[in-house]
Each structure stands twice: as C-alpha cells, then as structure tokens.
Design a binder for this molecule. Structure first.
Ligand code: SAH
Length: 364
C-alpha cells in the first residue's frame, strides 16, 4: 500500500527550512515566504496552483516534496458535537484526533472556540494502568507533519480555525520532544497555523527532565500534569513512570517550569474508586497544589473495556472536591460524559480488530 518513492512532506518544514532549501537552489527568501503562504494560508492542494512561483521552481518542488494530507479513514460525530478523526498514516498505522466543539468547559473556563486534542505517538510506552491508549504498547513516534497534519485536517473538515490545542491524545508528547517542538513552532508561527502559544497545552505523565527542557523553549505554551496520585505509594501503583521520576523529582521540575514561565500549571487528577479517591489523598494533593500554586482538574474516571477500574460515587467525588476547595485550592470537577476534554482524549484507543478492518477496507 505504500508508495515506494514517498517524498518528504512539505508540512514538516519551518520557514527557516524553506529558506535554507531555497538558498541551496539560488532562490531568494521571498520565495520561501510565498511557499508557506500557499501551504498554510491558501491551503494549496497542488504545486501547480502556486501561480506566483516560477514554473521551474514549481517543478523542483513537485519532485522534492509531497502535499498529501493525512487520509481520514473514519469520521464520527457531527460538526457541532465531539468529532473523532481516525487517520491512516503512510505505513498503515492509525492515529486518532478529537475535535471538541465550542462552548465546552475546559481548564476552569469556558472556551468559545474549537479545541483539538492531538496525538503525539502511535501507542504509548508508559503503561499507565487505567489508560486505554497504552494497552497495545508503543509503536512509533509521530513525525512533525503527522502532528501538524492532524490540525490541518480538522480545519479543512469544518472550514473553521482551530484556536485551542491540547496534546492529550494518544502517546506521551514529551517522549517525542524534538518533533513536538518543531510541530509547535509550525503550529504557532504567524506564517503557519497561527495558534497562540497560550492556547496550546502539553500534557505529560511526568517526564521530569523533558519538562525542564520544554521550560527553556521560548514560547508560552501551557503545561498540564497527569498526576492521578498525591503520594508515591498511590502513584507507583497506577503510573510506572513514577518509579523513574518520583513525585519529589517531578515537583522539582515543576518548580523550574514555574520559575521560567511564570505561569500556572494544571494538575489533572482522574478519580478512581478505591485507588486514589480517599480524603487522605485529597489532603496531600491540596498541599502539593498549594505549594505549587497550581490548579486542579478532577476527572471522574471513564471506564475502559477490559480494565477493572471504576469512577467513585458522585458523593465521593464531591467530598474530594470539597476537601480541595476548603483547603484553598482552585479546583474543577466535571461529570458530563464525553464533555471533558481530558476524558474524551484519554480514551483514545485503536481497537485492533476494528483498526485492521479499516486498513483492509481502505487499503485497496
Ligand atoms: N501521556 C500524556 C498525554 C495523554 S493525555 C499524559 O499522560 O498526560 C490523556 C489524559 O487522559 C491524561 O491525563 C490521562 O491520564 C487521561 N486519561 C487516560 N485514561 C482515562 C480514562 N479512562 N478516563 C479519564 N481520563 C483518562
């Protein structure tokens, strides 16, 4: 099914890359600017459409780069509900993206803009015990153009710009840091997708050294931590990554982030019955959140087929929230199923059988 002479994608390049490519062929910088304008502003589908470029340059571009979009193999939901895209990548792997409509509460506020939940890897290596994404293990990192491509496809589906973006889809974004950083540059650039850095959130299971590296990036992107346990004892049980970067190491990295970014961090906390929902955990969480001046986003666990975990009763959820707010922590709790961004994204999983069916059906 793969093209044996697959060209590199045009959507994996920054403006600087285009300038460099052009210069090696005696082109002026101006040409690079024209190219990115055709790619992102005008969304050209063919090099021949780029009417203000000399024919010889168009021919060179055509021979060197592909303008191919990520092929959508399944689309569920409608334009004003949560919409899931399933894409087939060039090697047959599948990846999901979720578009959450406007007017859905997120991050303690209310967004009047579309939010896109983007995947960063095929599968995930981190093996969080409650998460559907890691069930089938890790396959590979997404390329820059595969990250950018998810956003382009969502925009081209509805004709509306994506204004909020969360890296909360499948995979661990900080385990794919180099490509993530480059994708963020393209997504953020005025010549690119032009999404404000403050409207992009990277969510991580807690890779401390990579958090510190990301803090050095000169863009004001936001950080969310999938905490899910307020003591090492609890977190160790459900998130193996905690053995490598225990809470003391993780919170040291968060202090680095806070010092460099001067920005509030969000602590995501899934409530799982009998695992992390005790009032002792709430008290410890409150202490950690206060010390960090972080806000807490509580998410009642969404059951995953094949996994034993359950969400606590509403009474227990309220008690947990109450304990946090009484301790002076800014915390939110949302119950509406499928409406919470983290929950909707956290459930991304490619069911093997279905996925194979799709590959077979569309791999003509
Ligand atoms: N690896 C990154 C990005 C994934 S984000 C991270 O861990 O942050 C997906 C979010 O959804 C994470 O906060 C994850 O912990 C959460 N999640 C996973 N499974 C879930 C479920 N069944 N119900 C609710 N949230 C879930």
């Amino acid at each position: 099914m793969n093209d044996p002479v697959r060209l590199p994608s045009a959507f994996g390049m920054t403006l600087d890359d285009w300038i460099e490519w052009g210069q090696s062929r005696g082109q002026s910088q101006f040409r690079a600017k024209q190219i990115v304008q055709w790619l992102y502003e005008k969304r050209a589908k063919s090099w021949d459409d780029m009417s203000n470029l000399p024919q010889a340059l168009r021919d060179e571009l055509k021979a060197a780069f592909s303008l191919e979009r990520l092929p959508v193999v399944r689309l569920t939901g409608s334009k004003d509900t949560t919409r899931k895209f399933l894409f087939r990548l060039h090697d047959g792997r599948l990846v999901e993206t979720v578009k959450i409509p406007a007017n859905v509460h997120f991050d303690g506020g209310q967004s009047d803009r579309i939010t896109l939940c983007v995947s960063s890897q095929v599968g995930c290596a981190y093996d969080c015990k409650f998460c559907a994404s890691g069930l089938a293990g890790f396959t590979r990192n997404l390329e820059v153009e595969e990250i950018v491509g998810q956003v382009m496809a969502a925009e081209e589906d509805s004709g509306e710009s994506v204004r909020n973006l969360v890296f909360m889809g499948m995979g661990e974004p900080l385990a794919n840091l180099t490509r993530l950083t480059k994708a963020i540059a393209i997504l953020n650039a005025p010549w690119g997708l032009n999404i404000g850095a403050r409207h992009m959130t990277v969510s991580t299971s807690g890779l401390a050294p990579q958090i510190e590296k990301l803090a050095d990036l000169p863009v004001q992107i936001r950080l969310a931590i999938s905490l899910h346990g307020a003591s090492d004892e609890v977190r160790d049980q459900i998130m193996p990554v905690n053995k490598k970067y225990p809470l003391a190491r993780l919170f040291a990295a968060l202090e680095v982030w806070r010092t460099k970014k001067k920005q509030k961090i969000t602590l995501e906390y899934i409530l799982i019955e009998g695992v992390n929902d005790s009032l002792d955990q709430a008290a410890l969480l409150a202490k950690r959140a206060r010390a960090l001046e972080a806000k807490v986003n509580l998410i009642p666990y969404n059951t995953v087929e094949g996994l034993p975990w359950k969400r606590p009763s509403e009474r227990q959820q309220d008690a947990f929230l109450g304990a946090l707010t009484r301790a002076g922590v800014v915390a939110t709790l949302r119950r509406e199923k499928g409406h919470d961004i983290s929950a909707a994204c956290g459930q991304l999983r490619l069911q093997q059988e279905t996925a194979e069916g799709i590959v077979a059906a569309s791999g003509k």
